[in-house]
Write a protein that binds this ligand. Structure first.
Ligand SMILES: N[C@@H](CCC(=O)N[C@@H](CS)C(=O)NCC(=O)O)C(=O)O
Length: 191
């Protein structure tokens, strides 16, 4: 998002594997000890929760959050925050990071993740982007989850509309820059 709106930013890494998220100073700005958090140095505001961060930056920059379409954008953004992200996140935990530890967990989140691919594919058979004709913060919030499709083992290519959406977003300059910046020259994985 910061690349998309062309704001200057500095990234401070918090190593969650090393429990840095529980540091006292970090907890002051992130009550649940979660990343990401941003600090707007223009007004010293801090914002936690990625959906709230996207809304804040979109309102500030007046980009990717068209006033006439906010209810539609909010629905898809909230679906990401409450369902797509958390479920795919569990799939990462059981299937990618800890295979063999819980058959129930693996099966449950694999099944839900497949459903999510199917549901997104259906939506994208009717609309160019999640909330309609335009690329918005709903797409910006959802794309990074689908960009981990290799971990999901579902086969992104089987979903034509989701693949079309994914490829188009992968080609955006800001997306390529953001990817390469966070993980040394990484590019969004091909479908
Ligand atoms: N709903 C939050 C979720 C953030 C989240 O779960 N962050 C994880 C990393 S992906 C985290 O900080 N985990 C550290 C912990 O829970 O201790 C958001 O969208 O910002």
């Amino acid at each position: 998002m910061l690349e998309e709106i062309g704001y200057n930013y500095k990234v401070t890494k918090i190593d969650i594997n090393n429990e840095e998220q529980f540091n006292k100073d970090f907890k002051k700005i992130s009550p649940f000890s979660k990343i990401p958090v941003i600090i707007d140095h223009k007004n010293n505001k801090t914002i936690f929760e990625s959906g709230a961060i996207l809304i804040y930056l979109a309102e500030k920059s007046e980009k990717f959050y068209n006033e006439n379409n906010r209810t539609e954008i909010n629905q898809w953004l909230m679906a990401q925050m409450s369902y797509i992200g958390p479920m795919l996140g569990q799939h990462h935990q059981f299937h990618h990071y800890n295979p063999g530890k819980s058959k129930f967990g693996e099966d449950r989140y694999f099944k839900i993740s497949k459903r999510i691919y199917q549901e997104l594919d259906e939506r994208l058979s009717k609309a160019k982007f999640l909330s309609g004709d335009n690329y918005t913060i709903a797409d910006i919030g959802t794309f990074p989850w689908i960009a981990r499709h290799e971990w999901h083992d579902i086969g992104l290519k089987k979903f034509n509309n989701l693949t079309r959406w994914y490829e188009e977003i992968s080609e955006r300059e800001a997306v390529k820059k953001g990817f390469a910046f966070m993980n040394k020259n990484e590019t969004p994985p091909k479908p």
